[in-house]
Structure formats: C-alpha cells, structure tokens
Design a protein around this ligand. Structure first.
Ligand SMILES: *Cc1c(COP(=O)(O)O)cnc(C)c1O
Length: 401
C-alpha cells in the first residue's frame, strides 16, 4: 500500500488542517481507489513462517492482528495526527475509551491528578470514582482560573486533565497558561478537545502534551458511530499508551474508522457553518432567556480568551431558564429541534443536562460544576438558522417563557 501516491511525508505534513481532513493519511491499494478502502479483517496472513516470526519479533513492518493494527484504522490515526500537528495518534472504540486509556496508561497507585470541575459526566466518574479505586487521588479545580492548577499541584501530581470549551457550562480554559504551569512542574496535560476538534483549536500549539477525543461528536458529525482518539508524542504513544491499549483492547472497529474518515472530509465545512449558525441562534436567544453561555458572544466572561485560542467557537452553547419545569416545557414545545443528549450532530439537538447526562451526579456536585436545574444545552446543526430561530420562538411562547 502506498500513502498519498506520488507524495512524500515531508510534503503532506505541511498541509493545513482542512487539507489533512480530506487527504491526510490516505493509503491506496494496488487498485488505486480514490476513497479510502474498508478493510474488514481481524487477522493477516504471511507468505512464510519466517515472515510471521519476523513480524512478531518487530523485525518486519506489517500487521498481525486487528486489535493491534488495521489499515483503515491506521489511515484515520494518521489523518487525526496530521490535523492535530501531533507526532502520533491511536484510535479507540469511543471517547470514553480514549479518556480512560489516556489517564490509566500513565498513572499508578499513589499518583495525583488535578482536573477541571466542568467535565463530561463520565469523565467526572473517572476522576471521582474510578481513579480513587486504584489509589490515584484527584483534586477538582475551577479550570477557568489557571492558578488553581498550580495551587493544587503536589509532588505526586502526574496529570492535569480538562476540557475546553467545557461541557455544558462552556467554561474556557487558558491553554497556554495551564500548559506552562504543567511544563514547569513536569506534569503531563491531557486535554479533551471534543467540542472544538483540530479544525477549530489545536491544544498542542499551546503546549498540551496529550489531546484526546470523542470522535463520536463533530468528527463523525452525523450521529452514526462511536469512536475516540488519543494524540501525543511518538514516545508517549509507543511506550506508554500502546502497551495499555494493545493488551486491554479498546480497539476501534474498521467500519467505524471508515465512517469517521468520511466524516472528517466534511469536518471543516460542517463545523464552520454550525459555528455560524450557533452564533445566529445564540444572538436570538440571548435577550429571551435569563442567562446564556456562548463563548462566541461578547457577554461570555471569557470571550476574548476563546477568540484568541479558537478559530471559531463551535456548534454548542448552553443557557438557563428558571428551573426544571420551564426547561422540560421548552423541550416539549419544540417542533424541529430534537430532544437528545447527543452533541456534534448535523441535526440540532437540545438537552436538559440535570435530568439526563448529569443525572447520576449529585445536585451538590452539579452546582459545583455550574449545572443548575434550568440549564439547557443546544447543539446547533446544519439546518437553516431561520427555521431554528422560528422553532425556538414558538417553543418559548408555548412554554410561556
Ligand atoms: C461525548 C464526550 C465524551 C465521551 O465520548 P463517547 O464517544 O461518548 O464515549 C468525552 N468528552 C466529551 C467532552 C464529550 O462530549
């Protein structure tokens, strides 16, 4: 198989992320197919016993078993690494598989993690429930204030873990400031970049060590498959992540990798249009609700920081109504926008986090995370924003808001 026929890596690695999203990592078989091939195979055959032995000894390049390598999955991994500007990437079966592997592969009993307060619900389960079971302690900080990472650091601290923009409060973390603090203390930063994707924000440009993804969200972008990815240095991926993932098996299926490869081809288009739509819808909603958290609007307390580290602010924002009764009434009055806990889809979706994504989190912890009974999160899709605004307008009126 040949990669980007006629091109060498010194050329392809210079392409900008939007080009990488369409072309990066492509390998062509002897048939010269234009669209990436789907290799549905669990194993590989060898020309002779000596080849099998050499491949297992690491003396011969080539694949041995799809828990370890697969051509379609490898194309996706190369593509994401090139978009991210990372030395290496490994795909995983879901975003949570990526987060779990990125943390557990480098932590051991006695270690300490500092994590941002506003995290995806299952990420908070990792920091608050899973890690402590293995003797790894966590301190939760308000990640909007970079100094809190420094203050929480001890000589046991190995990892800073946070997402920006954060789910669903839309807190922004100052990537440069937190990564500088981490570097100075020998701490590894793990950034969950699912909301922005490398199309809008590349945390490694600000000094992040490891960038992890739910590719289920904007990368697939059409609500079809679960997938995840972890990006880092060649050394981190080969010597720290791979021993963990190869032996525990959170492997991405070739089919799902192929779907995400197709999704990435349109990522730049989709995320830019959805970001524009989210600004229009946000501007309409802002005067109609008590509070709106949209990092692309000047009312967001960290608007300038968001604009400095992101190309655009993405499809997702949240807002507040009075309480759960009003939030549910608004959801039930929607005609076009779906009630769904998913995000990153080309369809507009709205969710009441306190009763769905964060229902397993205690009310006290939800409030600490910035999620109230009246918080609603909106993923703005690719529909005409005029139709979305009309739907919200009629729903607000019908719900008496
Ligand atoms: C969805 C999501 C995850 C988990 O990803 P899955 O693909 O659902 O496992 C992690 N972090 C963030 C920010 C997410 O939005």
């Amino acid at each position: 198989m040949k990669r980007n026929t006629g091109q060498d890596r010194s050329v392809t690695s210079k392409w900008r992320p939007a080009t990488q999203a369409v072309r990066g990592g492509t390998m062509r078989s002897e048939f010269g197919e234009t669209s990436e091939a789907l290799f549905l195979t669990s194993g590989y055959a060898y020309d002779c016993a000596g080849d099998a032995a050499a491949r297992f000894a690491g003396d011969q390049a080539g694949m041995t078993y799809s828990r370890l390598q697969n051509p379609t999955v490898e194309m996706l991994e190369h593509r994401i690494a090139l978009m991210e500007g990372a030395e290496a990437c490994r795909a995983t079966a879901s975003g949570m598989a990526a987060m779990t592997a990125a943390l557990l592969c480098q932590l051991e009993a006695g270690d300490h993690v500092v994590a941002g307060r506003a995290l995806f619900g299952s990420c908070r389960w990792l920091t608050d429930t899973l890690l402590p079971k293995f003797g790894i302690t966590t301190t939760i900080v308000d990640a909007r204030d970079a100094q809190q990472f420094a203050d929480a650091t001890t000589d046991k601290t190995k990892v800073y873990f946070f997402e920006t923009p954060a789910n669903p409060t839309m807190d922004i973390v100052d990537l440069r400031a937190v990564c500088d603090i981490a570097r100075a203390r020998g701490v590894t930063t793990v950034v969950d970049n699912a909301f922005a994707t490398p199309a809008l924000q590349r945390p490694m440009e600000f000094g992040a060590d490891v960038v992890a993804y739910s590719a289920t969200k904007m990368m697939d972008g059409q609500g079809r498959v679960l997938a995840g990815a972890v990006c880092g240095t060649e050394d981190f991926i080969t010597n720290t992540l791979l021993p963990f993932t190869r032996n525990t098996g959170p492997t991405l299926s070739a089919f799902n990798a192929w779907v995400v490869l197709k999704g990435l081809e349109t990522l730049d288009l989709r995320i830019r249009r959805q970001s524009e739509n989210a600004l229009q819808v946000g501007r309409f909603l802002e005067p109609r609700v008590p509070r709106l958290n949209h990092p692309g609007l000047p009312s967001h307390p960290q608007h300038n920081l968001a604009m400095a580290q992101m190309d655009m602010t993405g499809p997702i924002f949240s807002f507040e109504v009075e309480g759960r009764i009003q939030a549910h009434a608004l959801l039930d009055a929607l005609d076009l926008i779906d009630i769904s806990n998913n995000i990153g889809d080309s369809r507009s979706l709205m969710t009441h986090n306190a009763s769905t994504t964060h229902a397993s989190v205690s009310e006290e912890k939800r409030l600490e995370m910035g999620i109230t009974e009246g918080t609603l999160r909106l993923n703005v899709g690719l529909e005409d924003p005029i139709d979305l605004i009309a739907d919200l307008d009629q729903a607000l009126s019908r719900a008496g808001l």
